[in-house]
Design a protein around this ligand. Structure first.
Ligand SMILES: Nc1ncnc2c1ncn2[C@@H]1O[C@H](COP(=O)(O)OP(=O)(O)OP(=O)(O)O)[C@@H](O)[C@H]1O
Length: 306
């Protein structure tokens, strides 16, 4: 596995504000990692540190083997960045804007035009960016970040302002890049949409890294219950406790549906009982803890007195 980013004991202070507090993690090639946290958690600060736009107050950062804050950060050309609030010169056309960024990255103009097509902006290439909708500006921002076949893509809340179809298209582009070995770090508040897209999640709170792992790993650590919804036949409704047995909490959620909160060690037993011969269950749904629930859990557990 090739290390793309190494963050080791990094602290970043802005005056009295400690935006990042002793954070360590590494990112590997071919990983899509979601960086999540409330407003002010330190996500943008971490990205700016990786870009070398600001220097850490303490600790060490290496991006593609180099110190991003060093004078000659040559790996910078292999890093793509989509800032949270993309702003372009409204007087330039989409084509001119991308041509400008292509020159900065010493990329051929041809490639810039191909990227406009990739993000679905060919039809608006010769319109002034000032006339673009928010979603179009966001797509232009993504095209700019994709210039130069980046090995590391830092995307700060990239899908804000995109409609569902554009979001889908956006994640397809990200997946394609990841498939070619790029590392993609994306910060977002849209946890539900990240659930299926990010292989790994880093949760930040007030500058501290509170959790880091795949969804499965976070579920194992958090030990939150799985919700199992059973559609119960009429005959089974009178005595749910009788056939379900001692499996923790359950409740009727509407006429025929019973929801069981199964602790990890009870999950299989609940499913056995629900599907065993004679069980009055007509259908079932298993709902593991969502990223939203895990996020709330880790924030809460960090906020308990230390
Ligand atoms: N240049 C700066 N000067 C002073 N304080 C700053 C500066 N940049 C960030 N901060 C502070 O550092 C903390 C972390 O900010 P950061 O922008 O990294 O959060 P974030 O997780 O990206 O938040 P959001 O989800 O709102 O974008 C905040 O308290 C913020 O006010």
């Amino acid at each position: 596995m090739t290390r793309t980013v190494e963050i080791d004991g990094v602290v970043k202070r802005f005056g009295k504000v400690e935006a990042v507090r002793d954070v360590s993690f590494a990112l590997d090639a071919g990983e899509t990692v979601a960086l999540v946290g409330h407003n002010g958690a330190g996500k943008t600060t971490l990205m700016k540190l990786m870009l070398g736009l600001i220097r850490p107050s303490a600790g060490r950062i290496a991006v593609l083997g180099e110190d991003p804050a060093a004078g000659e950060f040559s790996a910078r050309r292999r890093v793509g960045y989509l800032p949270e609030n993309v702003s372009f010169n409204g007087a330039l056309t989409g084509r001119e804007t991308l041509a400008f960024y292509a020159r900065l990255k010493r990329e051929p103009q041809k490639r810039a035009i191909a990227l406009l097509e990739r993000v679905g902006l060919t039809h608006a290439a010769d319109r002034r960016v000032g006339t673009y909708s928010k979603g179009m500006r966001q797509r232009l921002g993504l095209a700019q970040a994709l210039l130069g076949e980046p090995q590391l893509l830092l995307l700060d809340e990239p899908t804000t302002g995109l409609d569902p179809a554009l979001r889908q298209g956006f994640y397809e582009i990200v997946e394609e890049l990841r498939g070619r070995g790029a590392t993609v770090l994306l910060s977002s508040h849209a946890l539900t949409e990240l659930e299926e897209r990010a292989g790994r999640v880093v949760i930040m709170n007030q500058g501290i890294k509170v959790a880091d792992g795949t969804l499965d790993e976070l579920r194992r650590i958090a030990r939150l219950p799985t919700r199992i919804r059973l559609k119960v036949a009429e005959a089974g409704l009178a005595d749910v406790a009788g056939w379900l047995g001692p499996v923790g909490g359950w409740r009727r959620i509407d006429g025929h549906v019973v929801e069981v909160q199964a602790a990890p060690e009870q999950k299989i037993e609940v499913l056995r009982r629900a599907t065993g011969a004679g069980a009055p269950v007509e259908d079932l749904d298993v709902m593991p803890p969502t990223l939203d629930e895990l996020y709330a859990h880790f924030l809460l557990s960090q906020e308990t007195p230390r």
